[in-house]
Design a protein around this ligand. Structure first.
Ligand code: AMP
Length: 422
């Protein structure tokens, strides 16, 4: 299928081809015609599937056909500031040949420039729920003309506790409107939300529920808790990784790890919810332009980040919620590129790993890096009553210092064991 078979206007096709897209992704091929028919959509599609263009292009077309408005006619709600900024950027890109105006509002930055922008007139508004409600309560936004509502990454919005905010926002919208709900997973809460607010939606599922991106090679490296950072530095240096996104469970852990990596001579920065919006934007910009090679992030901060050409994702800590594993590794292997997702798993995380296997419906292959012990994970393991996973080799040897001549970190297809010489 080609983009010009989807019934899109020439202005939009020009923008799409300027972006270098030749064929629509599956979610685009299925969603665009349905949205153009003005039907509600419930789409199971995770970040990296091209879902933003799947809703942005038909929305731009629908609004472009009826001229410009003063108050927003399309509203896109996203869980995080970064995703809001990214979706807005995409809308600007795809709509660059139309006269439509868009704006983005999120917290952590001054409200006055947003008020000015809204006052000047906006057709498409992208927002995080909290800041949108601030605008609504100050009457600096009028939502009574919204014809199309998009809930982007709705599962994450619910995880983050936005359900009450969403309900308050929905009350401010006209009852007659088109609703598009995108979610990576179909939890019971998502079903309840969909049943309550969508009218006879077209169900679009492009990847099996919780299925990890097929282009991502997944590997587990068993390692002692206190040796994780050393192993990570080794992998980054030995593999000569130019761009890696590393996940930690806590904000504090993200800060600490990025500092430790820097002391190992690796250019790193951290992104998490305790940082100011300006610091988060800078960290992401530095990473995207290659000024730093390693971005250490918590789940919420990294949610929805669209980073081109990200070949490596590392789970420094496994996520507490197994579904987050799927979101995390979805950062790599995007738009059909190959990616590698490595998980550094200590003994106390075996229970979390089993939950992930259950969600994936398969086990992740294990590769040992010789000399890295799994024996010293803190009490977590005992608390959880875990034992070491079946088939995983114990290696309690004391480690020799790392040698830069060690090899193997690049060949995931064949090698089962990495060696460290020295
Ligand atoms: P998304 O899932 O919307 O975050 O998009 C993931 C990435 O895929 C973004 O970097 C888009 O620029 C890219 N993308 C979206 N649609 C296409 C397409 N049809 N062909 C190639 N790349 C695309």
């Amino acid at each position: 299928m080609k983009f010009d078979e989807l019934g899109l206007q020439a202005e939009l096709l020009r923008a799409v081809s300027a972006e270098g897209y030749t064929t629509p992704t599956p979610v685009q091929a299925r969603t665009i015609p349905v949205v153009l028919q003005r039907r509600d959509v419930l789409a199971g599609a995770q970040t990296g599937t091209g879902k933003t263009a799947a809703f942005a292009l038909p929305i731009l077309q629908i609004l472009n056909a009826t001229g410009r408005g003063r108050h927003p006619r399309a509203l896109v709600l996203t869980p995080t500031r970064e995703l809001a900024a990214q979706v807005h950027e995409s809308i600007r890109t795809y709509g660059c040949n139309t006269p439509l105006r868009s704006a983005v509002v999120f917290g952590g930055v001054g409200i006055n420039p947003q008020i000015d922008k809204l006052r000047r007139g906006v057709d498409i508004l992208v927002a995080t729920p909290g800041r949108l409600l601030d605008h609504a309560s100050q009457r600096t936004v009028n939502l009574s003309k919204v014809e199309i509502l998009v809930l982007d990454e709705a599962d994450r919005m619910l995880d983050m506790g936005f359900i009450y905010d969403i309900k308050r926002i929905l009350k401010l919208l006209p009852i007659r409107r088109q609703n598009l709900l995108f979610s990576a997973t179909y939890s019971d809460e998502i079903k309840t939300l969909a049943n309550g607010y969508l009218k006879n939606p077209e169900l679009i599922e492009v990847a099996r529920r919780n299925k990890a991106a097929e282009t991502v090679t997944q590997v587990v490296h068993p390692v002692g808790h206190s040796h994780k950072r050393e192993l990570l530095s080794h992998l980054i240096k030995d593999g000569n990784w130019g761009r890696v996104l590393v996940f930690t469970r806590t904000k504090h852990g993200a800060n600490r790890l990025s500092k430790q990596l820097m002391s190992d001579g690796i250019s790193a920065t951290a992104i998490h919810g305790n940082k100011s919006q300006a610091a988060r934007t800078k960290a992401l910009a530095d990473f995207k332009k290659g000024a730093v090679s390693t971005l250490v992030a918590t789940d919420i901060a990294a949610r929805g980040l669209d980073i081109d050409h990200l070949p490596h994702v590392v789970n420094f800590d496994l996520p507490n919620v197994a579904e987050d594993y799927v979101h995390r590794i979805g950062r790599t292997g995007r738009a059909g590129e190959d990616g590698v997702a490595l998980s550094l798993v200590c003994k106390g995380e075996q229970g979390l790993l089993r939950n992930i296997h259950r969600v994936l419906r398969h086990d992740i292959p294990v590769q040992h890096v010789e000399g890295f012990s799994q024996s010293d994970c803190p009490a977590e393991g005992h608390r959880m009553g875990q034992r070491q996973g079946g088939g995983q080799r114990r290696n309690n040897t004391r480690k020799p210092p790392l040698s830069s001549s060690s090899r193997g970190a690049r060949n995931y297809g064949e090698k089962r064991t990495y060696r460290r010489s020295g």
